[in-house]
Ligand binder design. Sequence first.
Ligand code: PAF
Length: 285
Amino acid sequence: MQIIREINALRRAIAAVRGEGGSVALVPTMGALHAGHLKLVREARRLARHVVASIFVNPMQFGPGEDLSSYPRREAEDAQMLEAEGCAILWAPSVDVMYRQGHATKIGVSGVSAGLDGDARPGHFEGVATVVVKLFNQVQPDIAVFGEKDFQQLVVIRRMTADLDLPVQIVGVPTQRDADGLALSSRNAYLTAEERRCARTLPRVLLEAAQAIREGGDIAEALARARQALAAAGFEPIDYIELRDAETLEPWTNINRPARILAAAKIGRTRLIDNIPILPAIRGS
Ligand code: PAF
């Protein structure tokens, strides 16, 4: 696997793999890889001949007071894992390479970026959309693979890709979970043992609420019960726990359409997000 840090070198490497024929899939990450990321890489390998992974901790998507400086960085270990999974190229630019001096462009995706994490983390999705467009332009993949754990992010990226006619197929991969149901996340490393024990309440209450809603229970009541259970387990603040249309992220009104329950809450100093489908998720794009 080649580890590449400069744009011209990346372009040459992509031209070389393109010369071998077959399609290219991109797996964008911020590193600190876990089994959830490796699942994305495996899906990318299943769909394309060549896999490019990127590691870039994107300052533009972190707000003031968020964990940009403490975000886990372990590129050497990550590179070994990616190589073992058969990645052809690791694209790992520095901040200066990604955002050259004078960088002044941001991509805003209105509608789906509003509410939920868009409210809790102002500017976050502009940062995500901007870096993802840049990654697409740099790598020029046929396919890009993202986890469903960051569900609003996936919806924002699908919207942006469609709106800008980007020739990239967006693939969403279901969330990888620990045995107790907690969604894998690089930020789980921040949890103390006690917080880790409490954290499993999050997927449990989402599953219970989803079950109640599937069985025709009152939506507001199911979400209020879930909120109470999270508060009782020590989550504070609870940024949101909401049921939304899985494609538009608008409030869910049409029971024939797929929906998601999405939640974000803090346990101690760690903010966790998770989501559960009510009807089968929309896959591919
Ligand atoms: O999901 C992530 O790891 C990041 O938000 C992404 C898509 C790599 C953009 O920085």
